[in-house]
Design a protein around this ligand. Structure first.
Ligand code: SAM
Length: 333
């Protein structure tokens, strides 16, 4: 088989080597831009992929050129025995990079076993250092636990630690500078992610997005001028900027104001066994039935087919935009 046949290349010549795996749709907090406060219906446990099924999927995906994995959810740390999965995935030939996105609430108790299992890279989601605003955003009072979890992870040696901040206008402006300073002082990279239309309650509107440009202006004015990193990976979702004074790096995920679909190299596996080629995709490929009764070749064919059908990009900025049928927590962010 030629190299081209072994790789996942879509109709726009984009090579797919990056897989996000959601291990659960359950979460222990209720961020308003992702989940409703009450009445969330979670997938029945029997419909959630087992660790064996996830591992098999990744083994096959690795033969098709997938080298990078990110574990996400829901909240991945509510999935029992997650370090066991991490260990199995880290050992798969071809997997060179393994990261996890978490809300940090359960990090203190799990950080060491995750590290021992082979995880090194963490994104922790934290929008604010203000306890009231944390409660307002997440509908839970867990800020001290998250801060403790991040500190524990730092002391254990996780690196890099990136901090995900969802940029919602008329809400997190007071947090932009304190979050950036918190990260600068600890060697973390803040990642400001523009609020995307992925909430469960249709709250999104373009005017509620705090744009990457506004954040760059604020940080450049209040801390130190930000300069684009020239040699940054063009396929990474975040555009990276460096402080001119050498005080570290800031990432901006400008999915709304500067979509980066043409550089997209990502695929997603949902907790209930569907493959998606985009966060905003309106269609997905059910691979659970293959994992529960088909061959590896069937699985490879399904993955190839999903990539082959990938659209050129999401339509957030056009009148044609239709929000995906699943909210963020059920896709896996
Ligand atoms: N529970 C983990 C967490 O909180 O990071 C992982 C799953 S969460 C869905 C993944 C990331 O999605 C979060 O870190 C948050 O930054 C981002 N996110 C959630 N809803 C979003 C939205 N509507 N727009 C932009 N980013 C969002």
């Amino acid at each position: 088989m030629s190299l081209r046949e072994q790789q996942l290349i879509d109709g726009f010549a984009r090579i797919h080597d990056n897989l996000r795996i959601s291990v659960t749709d359950r979460c222990n907090i209720r961020c308003f831009y992702c989940m409703p406060d009450e009445g969330v219906e979670f997938t029945d446990r029997s419909e959630i992929l087992t660790f064996e099924e996830i591992e098999r999927f990744v083994r096959v995906a690795a033969t098709l050129g997938v080298t990078k994995l990110r574990i996400t959810g829901g909240e991945p740390l509510v999935r029992k025995d997650l370090p066991k999965l991490i260990k199995r995935l880290a050992a798969i030939p071809g997997i060179r990079d393994l990261a996890m996105t978490t809300n940090g609430v359960l990090l203190t108790q799990h950080a060491q076993s995750l590290y021992d299992a082979g995880l090194r890279r963490l994104n922790v989601h934290l929008d604010t250092l203000d306890r009231d605003r944390f409660r307002q955003i997440t509908r839970r009072d867990d800020l001290p636990r998250v801060l403790d979890g991040i500190e524990t992870a730092r002391q254990i040696g996780f690196s890099p630690i990136k901090i995900n901040i969802v940029a919602v206008k008329n809400l997190i402006e007071p947090d932009v500078v304190p979050m950036a300073i918190y990260c600068r002082e600890r060697g973390f990279e803040p990642r400001f992610i523009e609020f995307m239309p992925l909430d469960a309650q249709d709250l999104w509107a373009r005017r509620k997005v705090l744009s990457a440009d506004e954040i760059i202006d604020t940080l450049s004015r209040e801390i130190s001028p930000l300069v684009a990193v020239p040699d940054a990976d063009p396929r990474a979702p975040a555009t990276e900027y460096r402080y001119a004074d050498g005080g570290g790096v800031v990432g901006l995920v400008a999915s709304v104001t500067r979509p980066f679909c043409l550089n997209c190299n990502r695929l997603r596996l949902t907790a209930d066994g569907n493959v998606r080629y985009c966060l905003f995709a309106l269609e997905e490929t059910d691979v659970k039935h293959i994992l529960r009764g088909g061959s590896d070749e069937d699985l490879a064919e399904a993955i190839r087919g999903t990539v082959a059908d990938k659209w050129i990009g999401h339509q957030i900025n056009s009148g044609r935009f239709v929000p995906p049928p699943r909210p963020m927590y059920s896709i896996g962010g």
